[in-house]
Structure formats: structure tokens, C-alpha cells
Write a protein that binds this ligand. Structure first.
Ligand SMILES: *Cc1c(COP(=O)(O)O)cnc(C)c1O
Length: 347
């Protein structure tokens, strides 16, 4: 009942999202700003940042946009609780936990011990601390299981016990969640227009694929041809391209009649993953320190730090050219910095 207070009516600027249920969770539009000092220090003018770390809910991040559609679907289904999953320091779980509180639902999360050899405080600080603050019930899993399958099994148990669970996949990455980044595509197109940008590239960290799939589907539906480059934080290039493409096609089918057929639109660079998910490289840490000291902006070492390391690497290789606007999407996550303090040896 109360949830109807949050239903969004005023958005959907360009109209492709009108038919979908949506709850208001997100501060938007998020700012699109210049990074003059970072540009200067990298000797590459016209670097911009889209501040999706400023989506507002529980310190923000990209999952909040997805949750506007996912949580609306949960309410439509009559759910009384959310079941979801992620790595221990999942930003998705933290934002889902907060959204659940805001809408009066319980949240149950499965956390995977995906990252090896972490500090003792890795399982108590940062996102885990906030999950607990939001009253999330948590169970743990060892690395390497099919976590969505595990979470579906747990949701089934709750159902048998008389509850009404709604399952949200890891990262909120299905075609409902990806609609959040269709909304971001609309927002970006409007901002680029208003602020007179004509970007040559859009760059960010890609993981569970919903962000990139939604942006690609949105740009496809809205006829925007700016190349979208995902810097992989986990998977090899070809696997990530296939996964993003599959979800982008499903998402495009929801919002427009024109099928998405050009796999060449999915651009992924996997040169910045390093040893694996959640393990920073020197380039990740340097990128994080550089933007902190040049612009006063906080990244994390799991996603956005690798995304910016990718942007810096592409600039150094001359792949982004000498001029023209480049937009880095800050997808959030700085809360997990506290789980990685040991990595900053120079501080
Ligand atoms: C989840 C996440 C990403 C990756 O987005 P996907 O939609 O999962 O690809 C990037 N940055 C941060 C901070 C995230 O939490």
C-alpha cells in the first residue's frame, strides 16, 4: 500500500519505459561532470564522469537504477521478502537490502566467498557491515557454486514455509533490472544534448552485464551510436561479450520492435582483470589513488577502479584519440574500500 507512494510517474523522458512498473529509489538525473584535473594529469582533454555513485540509496551505485524495476516487479508479484546473492562485498546486496527496508520487505542474501586470501575484516566491514545494519539475514557459500541456482533453492524453501519470496539474480542482471540502464541511456542522451557533448566513447567496469546490456539496448532503441566499452572485472572478453549480448537482445526485445542483431556493438576489454574478481592490480590501485587526488572522487578496487584503470590504459595506448569527449561512468562501490585498506601500501 505504502509502496504506491514511491511509484514513478514523472520519468520516462523518451517514452520507451512507460509500460513497466517502477518504484522511485534513485536520485536522478545523476550529475554529468568534467574532470579537468584528471584530464590534465593524463594529458587527455575532455574527460567526463557520469556520477552513478550518486544514486542516493545507502551510499549509491548502479544497482539502485536496476532495483527501481526489480522491486516494482516484486511488489507486483505480492512478495513479502527478497532473496538475492552476491560476493561477500557485494554492492548489489547492500543496495537491495536498503531498497527492501524502504519498501517494507525482508531481505535474505547468500554471500559467496569468491575472493581468496582476504583480511579478517573483509567479512565484517564495508558492505557486510551495512547489510547487517539493514537487518539482512545472511548465509554464506564457498566459491564456485552456481549462486543463482543456490538462491533459487533457498527461495523455494521459504515458499514451502509459507513466505512469498521474490528472487533477484546476482547484480540484478536480468532484462527487468537492465531496464534501469535503459533509463540511464535516456538520461545520458538528454544530458549530452543539454551540455553539448558528443562523446566518442563511454567507458566503465562490467561484471554481471546488466549495466552494459541496458545501455546498449537503450542506445539501440533510441538511435544513439556512441560506442560503449565495458572493462571486464572478471570474465574473459569473449565470454563477457556473449553474456552482455544475450541480455542486451532480451532487453531490446522488451523496449522496441527492432531486434538487436549486431554483436559488434558489444565492446569488452579484459586486459584489466588481473589475477581475478576482487583482486586489484597495481594499475587498479594507481587509478583509484589518481582520481582521489586529482578530483576528490572515491572509487572501489573491485569494479570502478578496474574500469578507470582500463580508461587510463586505453588513453595511453592512443585508442581513445587525442580529443573529443570521453564519458567514464562511475558505477559506485567505494564502501568496499574499507575491506581493502591493506592494499594501499603507500598510504
Ligand atoms: C555491480 C557493479 C558493477 C558492474 O555492473 P554490472 O551491471 O554487474 O555489469 C560495476 N561497478 C560497481 C561498483 C558495481 O557494484
Amino acid at each position: 500500500m505504502l509502496a504506491s507512494l514511491f511509484i514513478r510517474k514523472e520519468r520516462n523522458i523518451l517514452g520507451v519505459l512507460e509500460k513497466f512498473s517502477r518504484v522511485a529509489l534513485c536520485h536522478q538525473p545523476t550529475p554529468l561532470e568534467r574532470m579537468p584535473r584528471l584530464s590534465k594529469s593524463l594529458n587527455r582533454p575532455n574527460l567526463w564522469i557520469k556520477r552513478d555513485d550518486c544514486t542516493g540509496l545507502a551510499t549509491g551505485g548502479n544497482k539502485t537504477r536496476k532495483l527501481e524495476f526489480l522491486m516494482a516487479a516484486a511488489l507486483d508479484a505480492g512478495a513479502d521478502m527478497i532473496v538475492t546473492q552476491g560476493a561477500i562485498q557485494s554492492n548489489h546486496v547492500r543496495q537491495t537490502a536498503a531498497a527492501s527496508c524502504k519498501l517494507g520487505l525482508e531481505c535474505h542474501a547468500l554471500l559467496e566467498r569468491r575472493v581468496p586470501d582476504r583480511d579478517e575484516n573483509y567479512e565484517t566491514t564495508g558492505n557486510v557491515f551495512l547489510d547487517n545494519l539493514f537487518g539482512t539475514s545472511i548465509e554464506y557459500r564457498p566459491a564456485g557454486l552456481d549462486m543463482n541456482e543456490e538462491a533459487i533453492k533457498v527461495a523455494e524453501k521459504f515458499k514451502q514455509a509459507g513466505r512469498k519470496p521474490y528472487f533477484i539474480p546476482g547484480g540484478g542482471s536480468n532484462e527487468i533490472g537492465a531496464l534501469g540502464y535503459v533509463a540511464c541511456a535516456e538520461e545520458l542522451i538528454q544530458q549530452m544534448d543539454e551540455q553539448g557533448l558528443n562523446p566518442k566513447w563511454i567507458v566503465f567496469g562490467t561484471g554481471s552485464t546488466g549495466t552494459q546490456a541496458g545501455l546498449v539496448a537503450g542506445f539501440h532503441a533510441l538511435g544513439c551510436n556512441v560506442p560503449i566499452m565495458g572493462i571486464s572485472v572478471r570474465k574473459p572478453q569473449q565470454v563477457q561479450i556473449d553474456n552482455v549480448f544475450a541480455l542486451a537482445q532480451k532487453t531490446a526485445a522488451l523496449i522496441c520492435d527492432k531486434p538487436l542483431t549486431d554483436k559488434g556493438k558489444i565492446l569488452v576489454d579484459d586486459n584489466y582483470v588481473g589475477p581475478g574478481y576482487g583482486i586489484p592490480t597495481n594499475a587498479t590501485i594507481e587509478a583509484c589513488e589518481l582520481i582521489a587526488r586529482q578530483e576528490g572522487i572515491l572509487l572501489d578496487l573491485v569494479y570502478a577502479g578496474k574500469g578507470l584503470a582500463g580508461l587510463i590504459g586505453l588513453i595511453k595506448q592512443g585508442k581513445l584519440g587525442d580529443d573529443g569527449d570521453v564519458v567514464f561512468i562511475h558505477t559506485g562501490g567505494s564502501v568496499s574500500l574499507f575491506a581493502y585498506e591493506d592494499q594501499f601500501k603507500s598510504i
